[in-house]
Design a protein. Structure first.
Ligand code: SF4
Length: 222
């Protein structure tokens, strides 16, 4: 029998906690999907295309969702018939296609987002400092998965070629985005930024080393 004296390992209990959250988030996805008149897989495809005017390839979409290409192709066909997306020739190779959200798809997605609240409600149970810590923990976990090749590169600051961690000595806004040429704080780290451009592997490694270095001992520029 499991007792507080002999609990399961900490990573395993974190796994269990994430599963509980995932169950609630999946239920929330059903609410959003129903509002858009699609199923959760189709809803996830629409969400993956949001903010990507150049669209994604079928392969990219399948990778993002962790499904097979034939399965993604079926869902894309259903969404195309509903008028939520269209296929456009890829600029670099006219023989391949990109999948792009239509205006109707964007509007449906936006109204469906308004019906979902579970993640925001759960995050609201944390104070500001806890939310910031959780954001950094999530970024750390997502980065580990993407650098291990388990999930594709996500559009996070820590993998972006415009990100300069701890470029400033201002504790509230230590980071710098060279795309908008502005400082920003830890709480503003992006997980899915439209302007993201993937840095090369060596730059990503250097950025991560700087991001995770203990700056209280050796602040930048000192
Ligand atoms: S462009 Fe976006 S992802 Fe890249 S550093 Fe700026 S805010 Fe972060």
């Amino acid at each position: 029998m499991e007792t507080p004296v002999t609990p399961k390992s900490l990573p395993l209990r974190i796994h269990e906690g994430l599963e509980r959250l995932a169950t609630a988030l999946r239920a929330d996805d059903w609410v959003g999907a129903r509002a858009a008149g699609v199923n959760p897989t189709q809803f996830a495809i629409m969400a993956s295309l949001e903010g990507r005017p150049g669209g994604l390839s079928v392969r990219d979409i399948a990778q993002q969702l962790g499904v097979s290409q034939p399965s993604a192709t079926d869902s894309i066909g259903a969404l195309e018939r509903k008028g939520y997306l269209y296929k456009a020739p890829a600029p670099s190779d006219r023989r391949s296609v990109r999948i792009v959200l239509t205006e109707h798809g964007e509007a449906s997605l936006a109204s469906a987002h308004a019906t979902r609240s579970v993640a925001e409600s759960a995050a609201g149970a944390l104070d500001r400092a806890q939310q910031e810590e959780l954001l950094v923990s999530l970024v750390t976990m997502i980065r580990h998965l993407q650098e291990s090749g388990i999930i594709p590169i996500q559009r996070m600051c820590v993998s972006c070629r415009f990100f300069r961690p701890y470029a400033h000595q201002d504790a509230a806004q230590p980071h710098h985005c060279t795309f908008v040429d502005a400082a920003f704080g830890q709480q503003d780290l992006r997980v899915d930024c439209r302007e993201h451009e993937t840095a090369d592997p060596s730059a990503r490694a250097a950025t991560w080393a700087e991001f995770t270095r203990d700056h209280t001992l050796n602040p930048p520029g000192i």
